[in-house]
Design a protein around this ligand. Structure first.
Ligand SMILES: [Zn+2]
Length: 455
């Protein structure tokens, strides 16, 4: 029997970072844009997106107002007629869902969902077309499945093989930890992705008769009004820096056009919007899960990975494949199944390596880079200045305390152990609800002391 392999790309808000720096390399304005590395075929993007869209439609409230649906569809079709969208061959669709948060999202292969909160927030049609053009560009450039391919290098090929023959691709992906939840790797983009989607979005807008600057204006408006946490849109689509200037530079490479030819229905859209219910369907992660009080019992067992050995509590389990260096160790109820099928770690430990580009063996600097990546994927994460040294085998390690939103609700404490090794930056994140962290400290310390690097 084939052993079921689990990996957890989506974890207590943490996304396991497996290589790649994601740093925003300067792109020359006007340079051609192409999809990056991807283990999915375009047809698989479409299949995955359609399965996921069915799930969204089942859970969300599709606004029962034909004018609003038609209005958004008309803008979408104008963008989809631009050469880069047309030549992608993806079947785009546009659906307004009742949700007061300022957001929109597009699934791989084309289905796009626009929140009523976004329709409320935009001040002109160009701003709406800007968000939609930006989302459409993520689809064309296949950023969602590119991210999933990078995050789950080991599991994706087996998953795709398993999805052949009519099995649900989304189900297979959920097993690999790539769900559709609040932190889904399919819907969270790197700064490089953002730069590309801004650039291509400006092309689509311009072709469709909208001033691309409206996209930049709207994003700036969002960040200015966001307060400490900011709207969900900006945590999924982080500002790559100098957004407005980059879009202006891109526009200068486009043929000159007169903009300003909207659908003429913006005012009526706003009017009707006041009449539809925009109650939220609720977060996928709300309620239901209770944190374990799982005190470790039953002595310790040992994991032998390719590059290290490590002891862990006998009543916990290790999930991961033997020939990889990523493993999740947790009591059974330390894994939280979100309603969308993705799995998060609310209580336990994640072990992996981080390959940073300019690896110079400096543990402080590499740890900063890792934290930067974790934070980009999880803006709720708070970093304390509290960092201390610890001996790990023959190396000197660092422990950095972090805080984040717990999948059980409330706050969790995360202790990040990092060790610079010749194989890359080894890291282990200990996770527990804040009010239980103190009880686990002894266990974590014992696990750290047991680590031996074997190569
Ligand atoms: Zn984006």
């Amino acid at each position: 029997m084939r052993k079921k392999q689990l990996s957890f790309a989506v974890l207590a808000g943490f996304i396991v970072v497996s290589g790649g720096s994601g740093s925003a390399f300067a792109r020359t304005p006007g340079a051609p844009l192409h999809p990056g590395f991807n283990m999915f075929s375009k047809q698989q993007d479409v299949q995955l997106g359609q399965e996921a869209a069915a799930q969204v439609r089942a859970k969300a409230v599709v606004v029962p107002n034909q004018f609003l649906q038609d209005y958004v569809n008309r803008i979408g079709q104008r963008l989809a007629a631009a050469p880069e969208a047309r030549s992608s061959g993806f079947p785009f669709s546009f659906t307004v869902i009742a949700d007061p948060s300022i957001n929109a999202f597009a699934l791989p292969g084309g289905p796009m969902f626009i929140h009523t909160g976004l329709l409320k927030a935009v001040d002109n049609e160009g701003e709406l077309a800007g968000v939609m053009g930006h989302e459409m560009s993520h689809v064309i450039l296949r950023h969602g499945t590119n991210q999933a391919s990078k995050a789950n290098l080991i599991q994706i090929p087996a998953m795709l093989a398993g999805a052949v023959g009519g099995h649900s691709m989304l189900g297979q992906l959920a097993q690999a930890g790539v769900g559709l939840g609040a932190n889904s790797v399919l819907l969270k983009f790197s700064r490089t992705d953002e730069t590309e989607a801004d650039a291509m979005g400006s092309h689509l807008m311009s072709e469709a008769g909208y001033n691309p600057l409206e996209m930049a204006h709207f994003f700036e408006k969002l960040s200015a009004s966001g307060g400490a946490r900011g709207p969900q849109f900006l945590s999924d689509h982080p500002n790559p820096g100098n957004r407005e200037q980059a879009i202006e530079a891109e526009i200068r490479t486009l043929p000159q056009r007169n903009y300003g030819s909207g659908t003429g229905e913006f005012g009526r859209m706003k009017q009707l919007l006041g009449q539809v219910s925009t109650s939220a369907p609720g977060s996928a992660f709300r309620g239901g899960n209770v944190a374990p009080n799982g005190q470790p019992t039953g002595g310790f067992k040992q994991i032998q990975s390719r590059n290290f050995t490590l002891d862990y509590p006998g009543n916990w389990q290790a999930y991961g494949s033997k020939d990889s260096d990523s493993v999740t160790i947790a009591p059974r109820d330390g894994l939280v199944q979100a309603s969308n099928g993705s799995t998060q770690v609310g209580y336990g430990a994640i072990v992996s390596y981080f390959q940073n580009e300019g690896n110079n063996g400096d543990v402080n600097q590499s740890t900063d880079e890792l934290i930067h990546h974790l934070h980009a994927n999880n803006p709720s994460m708070e970093i304390s200045r509290n960092r201390k040294q610890v001996a790990v085998g023959r190396y000197q390690g660092l422990i950095t305390m972090l805080q984040s939103n717990s999948p059980y609700g409330d706050i969790e404490s995360d202790a990040l152990l990092t060790v610079a090794t010749p194989q890359g930056l080894f890291y282990m994140i200990f996770i527990a609800p804040q009010n239980q962290f103190a009880n686990l400290k002894g266990t974590f310390e014992q696990m750290i002391q047991s680590i031996r690097f074997t190569s």
